[in-house]
Write a protein that binds this ligand. Structure first.
Ligand code: FMN
Ligand code: SF4
Ligand code: SF4
Length: 372
């Protein structure tokens, strides 16, 4: 039911563990496969590993900043690590990054030889002071993907970032160059906060923001990519439960990746998400991922169509026992009033159907209706 063919790879379920330190060696990769992941992606492998250690992570209870610079292992070490990772079977994708097509292709060829089932090219990390990230440049993306895919037989996925303001164009360039899939998003450039007593930022340089708060941003990127290209999309960002996985699938993703939630909760979260997904599919009598893939994407409307649909707000039952008055205080159009001991009165001339009162009402008393 959850099995899916993702870029030519047969996954037992669509839950992939993303590139990061939780997949930093063979044992960790194997462990995440044992915990039930459909596939795992190595921490990004580069030709010139960064050896500095020190503070790399800050968390504010909601989102997380990291300034970790990829795998610290030399490329050759990954021969042994991939062997360990694959010792029980399962699908292992190697994440790679670099500065030029030839450098990235060299890594891809080696990792194919070492046994990787696929390659993810990560061109989207926002760490450090530079705001320019390589995947902003469609021509560079084309050249890298073209070179890599001409030189290896295993599938190539390209990992993009929300920072790309031409995400449709970059996605099309990746597809044209031979990418089998696109994944999005990487972390978002951030400074998590400032210690105001010490007068210092929480971490000493710009880093990448991940976890729960980035999901709405990532959902939009995934939807834009899915609207632009017809190759599979892998949704990443803030996934912490099965409902989040379904959201991504309904917006056009064929598979998803999880990172921060695994780091914060441990590998039991993989099993929980996969089991809950299976249960939901059974309850809804859905037989395959393709049955729901893109269902919500079809319903995204162009902005100018929205003006044609006048909506208005009504209270199902005029009397409100709660009487908290939040709807009255929040309505930006001054359309709501309470009269006669908490009778809710909505001025239909003033109400523009914005929906704000519905979200502030603690008892779901108000509803939006199509005016027609
Ligand atoms: C500590 C940390 C290290 C990461 N390392 C990598 C990496 O090596 N390569 C990569 O492409 N993405 C890396 N990422 C990004 C994640 O794979 C993922 O794209 C991002 O965190 C959003 O997903 P999440 O909210 O589920 O974590 C890292 C993220 C974190 C938090
Ligand atoms: S839908 Fe918007 S405009 Fe209408 S009553 Fe509610 S808050 Fe006011
Ligand atoms: S926000 Fe809801 S509960 Fe509060 S007064 Fe308005 S309708 Fe009643």
């Amino acid at each position: 039911m959850l099995e899916t063919n993702f870029m030519g790879l047969n996954l037992k379920n669509p839950v992939i563990i993303s590139a990061g330190p939780w997949n930093g060696n063979g044992k960790k990769l194997r462990n995440n496969l044992r915990a039930g992941a459909g596939a795992v992606i190595t921490e990004t492998i580069v030709s010139d590993p960064y050896s500095k250690t020190g503070e790399q992570i800050a968390f504010n209870g909601k989102g997380l900043q990291n300034i970790r610079f990829y795998s610290r292992f030399q490329l050759e070490r990954w021969k042994e690590e991939l062997k360990i990772a694959k010792s029980d079977g399962g699908i292992v994708i190697a994440s790679i990054s670099g500065h030029s097509p030839s450098e990235i292709t060299y890594l891809a060829k080696k990792l194919e030889k070492y046994g990787a089932d696929g390659i993810e090219i990560s061109l989207s990390s926002p760490l450090g002071e530079g705001v320019e990230i390589p995947c902003s440049d469609s021509e560079f993306v084309f050249n890298v993907v073209n070179d890599v895919s001409k030189n290896i037989k295993i599938p190539v996925m390209v990992k993009l970032s929300q920072h790309v303001n031409n995400i449709s164009e970059v996605s099309k360039a990746a597809k044209k160059a031979g990418a089998s899939a696109i994944s999005a998003i990487n972390t978002i450039r951030c400074i998590l906060g400032v210690d105001i007593d010490k007068e210092i930022p929480l971490l000493p340089t710009y880093g990448g923001y991940s976890g729960e708060p980035i999901r709405p941003i990532a959902l939009a990127s995934v939807a834009s990519i899915a609207q632009s290209v017809d190759i599979p999309v892998c949704g990443i960002g803030g996934i912490g439960n099965y409902e989040h996985v379904i959201e991504y699938i309904m917006l056009g993703a064929s598979a998803v990746q999880i990172g921060t939630a695994l780091m914060l909760n441990g590998d039991s979260i993989i099993k929980k998400i996969v089991n809950d997904l299976e249960k939901w599919f059974k309850e809804k009598k859905i037989n395959s991922i393709s049955e729901i893939c893109g269902k919500a994407l079809e319903k995204i409307k162009p902005l100018d169509e929205l003006a044609l649909e006048p909506m208005t707000c009504k209270s199902d039952n005029k009397k409100c026992e709660e009487g908290c008055n939040l709807c009255v205080e929040h309505c930006l159009e001054n359309a709501i009033d309470t009269v006669n001991d908490n009778d809710i009165k909505i001025d239909q001339e003033k109400c523009i159907g914005c929906g704000l009162c519905i979200f502030v009402c603690p008892i779901n008393k108000l509803k939006i209706y199509d005016e027609s």
